[in-house]
Design a protein around this ligand. Sequence first.
Ligand SMILES: [Zn+2]
Length: 63
Amino acid sequence: MHEFQCGSPVCDTRFSAASKEELMDEVIRHVQEDHHIPQPTKPIVDFLEANTIREVPSSPTAG
Ligand SMILES: [Zn+2]
């Protein structure tokens, strides 16, 4: 799965999703609503994807 941790120093939002695509949808919604960027441009999205997303191994024993 993939985990997002917001890079903003004034924001400690984090969440995770099964796929990067799902997570990026959530990330875009987050920057739109919480960071007042109504139309994140591709460079912004690319920056977020490169800097705030990390892949975490799913643990088959959990749950
Ligand atoms: Zn944030």
